[in-house]
Design a protein around this ligand. Structure first.
Ligand SMILES: [Zn+2]
Length: 344
């Protein structure tokens, strides 16, 4: 069985040649750039597959040896921009195993417990959140939003003895920050809420255990249900800060109840990295993008972002939302007046 659109795309690649039985093809290897000496392609791809079998590929150059199962994200890297072709492959791969299309570097979530004990420090922090967002959260509600009030109680409950910073610094984090558990549960994103910014910056990234890696994603994400099988475009909502995205989620008046919507806070990362990372991780092919902007950031920045995203993914819509009543969306409902500007 062949995937007609995928097969047709592969035929357009340089050095394409089919095996005599038509079950394999070779193309120029885009992982290593292939040999410059010959005109033969070295990346072999299985194109005629049996049911349940992936489109395996392997480069036969000794210094490359790249191999795996062809996914829509690899096909995109090879230059395929046609949505139907990508969907054909993604759809087929899902019949083999749902996890294939999530990519090979899928990070697994750790299973840390969040606890928010009812002690006086926590009470003050909870009041801060409720005042800031105009909510009535209990410590139980915080679990749903992956919010942790105290550093030390978190470490204690999860049997983590080693501190990521020296004790004095951790004391300040414990006393003066509210933490948001990162997307892959490997960081606490600690937001300084002291009036004097004792930590010297808004966010401190606390690596929960193990060694930090420069490629770690320190994003905050409100837990929602994502289904890759949903034919509608996924909705990605991004704000700069964690409080802002929670405010947008609660009061922004759109999307919250829609299936397949993601709610993310950059917490210091660039919008471009955040968005590209997430579409790759989830294998989204078609998205609607909503940016819940800080008021001080002009539209120019997002027009530039749109240019950078175009051609790398399919955007069904892109809206920039401003809160005309305050600096961002991290405020009570009566402090939110949303103005929407559609870029697509
Ligand atoms: Zn190669």
């Amino acid at each position: 069985m062949k995937l007609p659109l995928v097969s047709a795309f592969l035929k357009t690649l340089p050095r394409y040649k089919e095996s005599t039985d038509g079950r394999q093809c070779v193309v120029k290897c885009h992982f290593c750039g292939d040999s410059t000496k010959s005109d033969t392609g070295h990346l072999s791809i299985k194109i005629d597959v049996d049911e349940g079998e992936g489109l395996l590929f392997k480069c036969f150059r000794a210094d490359c040896q790249h191999k795996g199962i062809l996914t829509s994200s690899i096909l995109q890297d090879m230059g395929c921009n046609d949505l139907d072709t990508l969907l054909e492959l993604a759809g087929y791969n899902k019949t083999i195993n749902k996890s294939i299309e999530k990519g090979f570097n899928v990070k697994t979530n750790r299973n840390y417990q969040l606890v928010n004990l009812s002690i006086s420090d926590n009470k003050k922090k909870l009041d801060y959140i409720n005042q800031r967002l105009g909510t009535n959260f209990t410590t139980e509600d915080l679990r749903r939003f992956k919010i942790q009030l105290g550093l030390y109680e978190f470490l204690r409950v999860n049997y983590i003895n080693k501190l990521a910073f020296d004790k004095k610094y951790c004391d300040i984090i414990d006393e003066w920050t509210i933490s948001f558990l990162s997307m892959y549960s490997d960081y606490l994103i600690c937001r300084d809420i002291s009036s004097k910014e004792f930590l010297g910056k808004k966010y401190t990234m606390y690596r929960i255990s193990g060694k930090p890696n420069p490629t770690d994603m320190k994003l905050y994400c409100i837990p929602t249900e994502i289904s890759l099988l949903d034919p509608n475009p996924a909705e990605i909502n991004v704000a700069e800060g964690a409080f802002s995205i929670i405010g947008a989620y609660l009061y922004g008046g759109y999307g919250k109840t829609e299936p397949n919507s993601l709610w993310l806070a950059n917490c210091g990362s660039e919008y471009l990295n955040t968005i590209l990372h997430v579409i790759k991780q989830y294998g989204f092919l078609d998205i609607r993008l909503n940016i819940w902007s800080d008021s001080e950031i002009g539209l120019k920045k997002y027009e530039k972002l749109l240019k950078e995203l175009n051609g790398r993914l399919h955007l069904s819509s892109m809206d920039v939302l401003y809160n005309e009543a305050d600096n961002d969306f991290g405020h009570p409902k009566d402090h939110i007046s949303t103005k929407k500007i559609s870029l697509i």
